[in-house]
Write a protein that binds this ligand. Structure first.
Ligand code: PBG
Ligand code: ZN
Length: 324
């Protein structure tokens, strides 16, 4: 039986019917808002390439966290930008570092808000790479202890979930051991498992002042054409003790996300990254697309492909539009 008996358009006739047969629904529970924290007090600096995104000092960040919680968003992920950077990224695991103070302040001020912390060295190193550098090489194994120490310092500050984004081999195991060795066996690891060397991180690197001073990240982040390798990375991270996995960026890698959804039964996150957000905002500012609709469409597509959690700079805007 086919046309004219079968007419898929019948169920698209009214908004009520469309609502009834809708397969995927974005909800506020799916959202995680990235937040940038800087030194100082009373700071709220706009990030030029990401309209609606700001860099906050710790005090102002707590106020923002309250607003985020009031919108029904369950979680934030924090990125620290220290005043001083050095070769080994000393600020990354400083007990009184900017992100450690931010974590503690949010957990004090808004205890119900889930705090994820990005674990990496690139915001803290003067060369901007995600690991320890030797000549022009980013060395894997010496970086592991720095990452483990950084994750531990975040757990001590009160982070609920640590999220390593460096792409060194073996970091999940190193972090798991460090956490378990200090009584933090209940702190989760969300691994940026399939993180690609992407052109879409540009606005983030401006906001986080973390662009590499030389070379690029292609010797540690994944090569965009590879899909099988992403599954292997995810399998490895699970075997090292990751509780949840991330694919990043999101829209250009929905195939990877969909395949991960079929393959693994752990929660999956996708990062709708800075460049993805900036493209929508830039086109919308010129009147070339409807920014709100484009953002909603992007996020529901990410969920449809299989993400449980979506990290997005548009979380507040979208949460405000969504029904409770
Ligand atoms: C740091 C990190 C980056 C992002 C998240 N963590 C940048 C990078 O790898 O260069 C990108 C996030 C975004 O673009 O929104 N390792
Ligand atoms: Zn990094």
């Amino acid at each position: 039986m086919s046309f004219p008996t079968v007419r898929p358009r019948r169920l698209r006739r009214t908004e009520t019917l469309r609502r009834m047969v809708r397969e995927t629904r974005l909800s506020r529970e799916n959202l995680v808002l990235p937040l940038f924290v800087v030194e100082g007090s009373g700071v709220r600096e706009a990030v030029a390439s990401m309209p609606g995104v700001f860099r906050y000092s710790v005090d102002a960040l707590v106020d923002e966290a309250k607003r985020v919680h009031d919108l029904g968003i369950p979680a934030v992920i924090l990125f620290g930008i220290p005043a001083k950077k050095d070769a080994r990224g000393s600020g990354a695991d400083a007990p009184d570092g900017v992100v450690q103070r931010a974590i503690a302040a949010i957990k004090r001020g808004v205890p119900e808000l889930c705090v994820l912390s990005d674990v990496c060295l690139c915001e803290y190193t003067d060369h901007g790479h995600c690991g320890i550098v030797d000549g022009d090489e980013v060395r894997n194994d010496p970086t592991l202890e720095r990452l483990a120490s950084t994750a531990l310092s975040h757990a001590r500050a009160g982070a609920d979930v640590v999220a390593p984004s460096d792409m060194m081999d073996g970091r999940v195991l190193a972090i798991r051991r460090a956490l378990d060795g200090s009584g933090f066996e209940d702190i989760s690891i969300l691994s940026y498992a399939a993180k690609y060397a992407s052109a879409y991180y540009g606005p983030f690197r401006e906001a986080a002042e973390s662009a590499p001073a030389f070379g690029d990240r292609r010797s540690y982040q994944m090569d965009p054409p590879n899909r099988r390798e992403a599954l292997r990375e995810m399998r490895l991270d699970l075997s090292e003790g990751a509780d949840a996995l991330m694919v990043k960026p999101a829209l250009p890698y929905l195939d990877v996300l969909a395949e991960a959804r079929r393959e693994f039964d752990v929660p999956l996150a996708a990062y709708h990254v800075s460049g993805e957000y900036a493209m929508i905002q830039a086109a919308a500012a010129r009147g070339w697309i409807d920014g709100a609709r484009a953002l909603d469409e992007a996020l529901v597509s990410i969920k449809r492909a299989g993400a449980d959690l979506i990290l997005t700079y548009g979380a507040k805007e979208v949460a405000a539009r969504l029904a409770p």
